[in-house]
Design a protein around this ligand. Structure first.
Ligand code: T4K
Length: 367
């Protein structure tokens, strides 16, 4: 059987690079609670990403939950059903009602026109996702938010180091949330961050992620434990040294697929794979109805050859059992169609051309 190829493989620094950092941690015995590596990584990420403020977290989901709390979001929030379930789970964990609206079928991001139509007196915010790292229509979302006095939160879990006109998209909205999970372009094994647009908001978030402690004996608000450990932060400082090179390699992998998969009957390559300022975190393709076999059969045939693609995002969040009792009535035609046609192919810096050739030729063979 050929060797297993997964949808992604984590980037790792050389283990030798980590040893001196581990020694440092062992000697200092500072393992967590905003230690020196935590502070170093925050500083380095600000300058690397071109942002003013950041607050590190133990994962992206807790960061999202805390972000909503920090902005006092309540009632209803307009969001997308085409995402990882953590996006809307974070709303429900805050007793907020998610109002799902449809996506633009070209970008897979929330459609601003649908946002406008869904606003009610109970709407307090927009929670948008830069899906696969392709920027949302930030200008239009800001305009709507201003007009209707809504907060804007970007789930930027896929959007590490993504820019528009060479400026970070993480500065958009009231805040953005990153994930540093093992499967992401920049990983700290587990981890995440909030990028707040003011220092005052960062200070509030720092307080919330540390149980709400303001000093040794004062709890000023009901917080949570969202802190990143020193080990994760130390790994982050090493990952940062290699991430530009890794994104460049991903870009090469994407370009190779773009070329090999063009003009195949029934296969469409979405715009995100051509986005020059992207991070090439995923390589989605659409399997249209004029392809000879179904998306699920292609997925299975590749799996039988030890090639493990993923159907991100199928099922839609709104189709999960746990979401069925929310009384969702939205018209989600585009989301449903994309979800039934999507297939994310393996992409990571060390993916071999030979493996890509095999994937491309298998896809061609069923056209
Ligand atoms: N918002 C959005 C839009 C997100 O996509 C996510 C997470 C979040 C919020 C929440 O952020 P975190 O709380 O996770 O920081 C994965 C990830 O677990 C999840 O982080 C990610 N999105 C989601 C899109 O994908 P799974 O269930 O597909 O992961 P898993 O374990 O099947 O991994 C995929 C492949 O990666 C494996 O087949 C092999 C490889 N892999 C994975 C891990 C974990 C490795 O080689 N090593 C590893 O350690 O969810």
């Amino acid at each position: 059987m050929p060797k297993k190829i997964f949808v992604t493989q984590p980037n790792l620094p050389e283990i030798e690079e980590l040893i001196p950092l581990l020694r440092d941690i062992w000697e200092s015995k500072v393992l967590t609670n905003g230690g020196p590596y935590h502070q170093k990584l925050e500083k380095e990420l600000c300058s690397f990403l071109g942002i003013e403020n950041i607050s590190l977290f133990n994962n992206g989901t807790i960061a999202l939950i805390t972000a909503l709390k920090a902005l006092n979001i309540e009632n209803e929030v307009i969001t997308t059903p085409y995402s990882f379930v953590a996006t809307s789970n974070s709303l429900i964990w805050n007793n907020i009602k998610p109002v799902f609206v449809d996506i633009d079928p070209k970008t897979f991001n929330i459609d601003p026109k649908k946002i406008r139509a869904a606003i009610t007196p109970n709407t307090s915010a927009i929670l948008a996702v830069h899906c696969y790292g392709l920027p949302c229509n930030i200008a239009e979302i800001s305009e709507i938010a201003e007009k209707f006095n809504l907060k804007v939160i970007y789930d930027a879990a896929h959007a590490f180091d993504v820019t528009v006109n060479h400026k970070s998209i993480l500065n958009a909205g009231d805040l953005s949330v990153l994930s540093f999970h093992a499967t992401k372009v920049f990983n700290t094994f587990e981890g995440g961050a909030i990028i707040p647009n003011t220092l005052a908001l960062k200070n509030n978030i720092d307080n919330l992620k540390n149980f709400g402690f303001t000093g040794e004996t004062t709890v000023s608000q009901i917080g949570i434990n969202g802190k990143m450990s020193e080990l994760n932060a130390a790994i982050g400082t090493l990952q940062l040294l290699h991430v530009k090179k890794n994104i460049a390699s991903r870009k090469r992998v994407a370009a190779y697929y773009n070329d090999g998969l063009k003009k195949i009957n029934g296969i469409e390559i979405p715009v995100v794979n051509f986005y020059e300022e992207g991070n090439f975190s995923y390589y989605p393709i659409l399997i249209r109805s004029n392809y000879r076999i179904s998306r699920d059969n292609l997925y299975q045939n590749l799996k039988d050859e030890n090639i493990f693609c993923r159907r991100y995002f199928y099922p839609l969040i709104t189709d999960f059992e746990a979401y069925k009792n929310l009384g969702i009535t939205s018209d989600l035609v585009n989301s449903k169609k994309v979800s039934s046609e999507i297939l994310c192919l393996p992409i990571y810096p060390e993916l071999e051309t030979q493996a890509q050739d095999k994937i491309i030729s298998m896809i061609k063979s069923y056209a």
